[in-house]
Design a protein around this ligand. Structure first.
Ligand SMILES: Cc1cc2nc3c(=O)[nH]c(=O)nc-3n(C[C@H](O)[C@H](O)[C@H](O)COP(=O)(O)O)c2cc1C
Length: 152
């Protein structure tokens, strides 16, 4: 199984920590949207799309890339993120999920966990979700990768 992860993680590299664990589990390369050559995507059996959540959705570079993707037939994909609020993860994922589905991707699974947030005024109080992702989150990411591997 040839796997690729397309990642944007800039606030505290929270999502990068998760991406690295998943990448290790499924033996995936990690690239940024800027490093993607659209034609090369055909060589991958599964593509993961992940970023922090910024204003209720994935990073705009990931969403813009999803719009440019060539049409696929049943290509496997997974979505992941880190965010301050984890209860709304399915909603946060919906825009990227819809864009990928429109391009013919089948979303095999999704992952979200908390990530340290010190954006804007939160900085004044030391931020929220300190020390996340933590070792439990990384363990869950490892289990997620194992499930992906078994299902593909
Ligand atoms: C500009 C900005 C907007 C954010 N908006 C949200 C949001 O709408 N919902 C949420 O739960 N977290 C939000 N967060 C928190 C981030 O999703 C969280 O810190 C995430 O782990 C950052 O990932 P990264 O370190 O990989 O960039 C926001 C953070 C920033 C910097």
């Amino acid at each position: 199984m040839k796997s690729l992860i397309i990642l944007v993680s800039y606030h505290h590299n929270n999502t990068q920590k998760i991406a690295e664990v998943i990448a290790k589990g499924i033996n995936a390369e990690i690239k940024t949207p800027q490093q993607i050559n659209l034609e090369e995507l055909n060589q991958y059996d599964i593509v993961g799309f992940g970023s922090g959540i910024y204003f209720w959705k994935h990073h705009k570079d990931l969403l813009e890339l999803a719009e440019k993707l060539p049409q696929q037939i049943n290509k496997k994909a997974f979505i992941f993120s880190t965010s301050a609020n984890t209860e709304n993860a399915p909603k946060f994922h919906s825009l990227l999920r819809e864009k990928l589905q429109l391009k013919g991707y089948t979303i095999v699974d999704e992952f979200n966990c908390a990530g340290f947030n010190s954006w804007g005024p939160l900085k004044l109080v030391g931020g929220t979700k300190k020390d996340r992702p933590n070792s439990d989150d990384l363990k869950h990411a490892e289990e997620f990768a194992l499930k992906l591997k078994q299902s593909t």
